[in-house]
Design a protein around this ligand. Structure first.
Ligand code: SF4
Length: 398
């Protein structure tokens, strides 16, 4: 056994964080348990790792068999990206917005532009042409605020969906929206399509959210957005709640989890936190968090949410708090099959297990598709051979 070449570790004020950039595993250790792990990693001495951690380390790819070729996994991923026959586009309908978020160019008096008829026609033609050659088309409707142009979105979306249906191409859509104009009419329309998610931002509880994300007239937006999210979820439309974190709302993110729970949204929405970054268009250095602080905050958010019983968030699907691994738990055997439940406490997640789940014959000119999937993700390939060759590498990883 040896340590993975893809481990990154950093001591923090609470102990130690270990992240594996290949598997996405994120492990945290408290102060009491950090030192022994840190010493083993710094000395590259696997025999110094306390035995109780070895099983989890092996499942998470933090330690690997000597013969395991991690580079081949990287190559397989690359192949995955190249063989998926999918068109993925973000379509920006307008730069205009009904909000004046403090960290956005909108609050700096920029003159907004919108997509005109000619561009609309050319975009739909391009997507229609490509749809005939693809197995899947994925569009994210984006802005500014795309729902300000709802009638244009409907027109374009109907044309694209119709063309995809005509040529037997799967059509997925998502909308990145501030959520204010997510009326019952809009939700009803969207629920008729295969919506992967609506991304809607809530910057903490009402007080901090309304400070960061007011309407153009200065009014608050939190209450309306929250009730719109509830309506969307009730209609079966998946929602990702994004939280932009900067100094004005730092430390308030965990309150949002409580509010979502009180509104029946616990584990029904996916919450992701992102730091507000300073840029030329958004010169907010004074209010932005330094990268290290933002990363620390993410860890705290994961810990908090896991403690509160949130498990649905993809960002911490691979998160484990190793402080809860007791010294009496056995870590001697590394031959336990993957995919079984883990021993690291309530925040633990079993490792993804990859398997060819099916082959599907498609009509028309489309080739047979190979499917490789885990519990959450299904990758599709141009043909079963591509799927099998990727699978053989993934099988080693699993
Ligand atoms: S909702 Fe989005 S586009 Fe509109 S002001 Fe806020 S950040 Fe900018």
């Amino acid at each position: 056994m040896r340590f993975s070449d893809f481990n990154v570790w950093t001591p923090d004020s609470d102990g130690l964080i270990v992240y594996n950039t290949l598997t996405g595993a994120l492990l945290t250790f408290n102060r009491r348990t950090a030192n022994e792990v840190l010493a083993a990693m710094q000395q590259d001495n696997i025999t110094a790792v306390p035995k109780r951690y070895l099983l989890d380390f092996a499942r998470d790819g933090v330690v690997i068999e000597d013969s395991y070729d991690e580079l081949s996994v990287v190559k397989a991923r690359n192949m995955l990206g190249r063989t998926q026959n999918e068109l993925i586009l973000s379509v920006m309908l307008t730069m205009a917005c009904n909000f004046r978020c403090r960290y956005c160019f909108q609050s700096r008096g920029t003159r907004p532009k919108a997509m005109g008829h000619e561009v609309e026609h050319r975009v739909v033609s391009l997507i229609s042409r490509e749809a005939r050659k693809k197995d899947r088309v994925s569009i994210d409707w984006y802005g500014g605020e795309p729902l300000l142009r709802f009638s244009q979105l409907v027109r374009m979306n109907n044309a694209i969906a119709g063309e995809c249906k005509r040529c037997d191409t799967e059509y997925l859509l998502s909308v990145t929206t501030n959520g204010y104009l997510l009326t019952p009419e809009v939700i009803k329309y969207l629920s008729g399509f295969n919506v992967t998610h609506l991304q809607i931002t809530l910057d903490g509880p009402a007080e901090t959210h309304d400070f960061s994300r007011p309407l153009a007239n200065g009014d608050g937006t939190f209450t309306t957005i929250l009730s719109n999210i509830r309506r969307a979820v009730e209609a079966g439309v998946p929602v990702v709640v994004r939280v932009n974190v900067w100094k004005p709302n730092v430390g308030r993110v965990s309150e949002l989890y409580d509010i979502l729970e009180e509104n029946g949204l616990k584990n029904k929405v996916n919450v992701v936190t992102k730091p507000v970054l300073s840029s030329e268009a958004n010169p907010c250095q004074a209010n932005c968090l330094p990268a290290s602080e933002a990363a620390q905050l993410n860890i705290e958010t994961y810990r908090n949410a896991a403690t509160k019983g949130w498990w649905s968030c993809r960002n911490w699907a691979n998160y484990r708090d190793m402080s809860s691994v007791s010294s009496t738990q056995s870590g001697n055997s590394l031959s336990t099959p993957t995919g079984t439940s883990t021993s690291a406490g309530s925040a633990s997640r079993s490792r993804k297990v990859w398997a060819v789940s099916s082959e599907t014959a498609r009509s028309g000119s489309k080739s047979r598709l190979g499917h490789v999937g885990s519990g959450r993700t299904l990758f599709r390939f141009r043909n079963a051979e591509c799927a099998s060759s990727c699978l053989s590498v993934w099988a080693v990883a699993a």
